[in-house]
Design a protein around this ligand. Sequence first.
Ligand SMILES: Nc1ncnc2c1ncn2[C@@H]1O[C@H](COP(=O)(O)OP(=O)(O)O)[C@@H](O)[C@H]1O
Ligand SMILES: [Mg+2]
Length: 238
Amino acid sequence: MAPLLQLENVSVKYGAIEALREVSFSVEEGSITCLIGANGAGKSTTVNAIAGLVPTASGRILFQGEDITKLPASRRIAMGISIALEGRKIFGDQTVIDNLMLGAYTRSKNLSKLRREAEEMLARFPLIADRGQQLAGTLSGGQQQALAIARALMSRPKLLLLDEPSLGLAPILIQEIYQIIQDLADQGTTILLVEQFAAYAFMVSQNACVLEHGQLTLAGPVAEVRDDPRLARAYLGK
Ligand SMILES: Nc1ncnc2c1ncn2[C@@H]1O[C@H](COP(=O)(O)OP(=O)(O)O)[C@@H](O)[C@H]1O
Ligand SMILES: [Mg+2]
């Protein structure tokens, strides 16, 4: 069976800056693959390119075997790709429920149906389950991250892209967020997990990809990548 997601020699440029150079890897259905690397390595660029938020300079992105490289982000959401952006990017002046409903607007315009689905989604997230009517901006960092993940799930993705869900959170809240990710994994959700802190990502992932200055320098099962000396190099610089 073809992987759910395949990147083939994907390069991304911001003007003269080559942020990704010929990156190739794949994500198998029903698995968690983590994408790790130091700050500035190109992790967000990779998931944003998969979501269609930044254009590729060259290479191909395949989803369910279909070439999506040139499709707009809206089409990719409809096909089943959803992203929880780095820094959470929730709508602070709207309620938690309204944030969740916005996560599904591409799927349905039936507001009462969306509200019911948002309430069902909320019930799956103990960190925010009783916060439906609260303004999202008044939630704690960990609650906002839970909301960002819940919102990304509202489009019923086949592939969930999570960009640094632990960013800026206290260790106790990181554990709560990773419990959510583990629960999603147990339910069979396919996830590409971007994380700067490899130790967290390794707890829930089967496979790992290591980015270094825009290039993929190491990829394979977590059990192998974890013990590879090149992992330390990716973080320490050389
Ligand atoms: N919008 C942008 N314009 C110009 N350069 C950018 C932009 N976004 C990211 N970069 C640069 O691209 C490289 C990769 O960034 P990024 O993908 O955000 O890395 P990471 O998520 O691994 O920290 C960095 O050198 C960063 O400064
Ligand atoms: Mg990033």
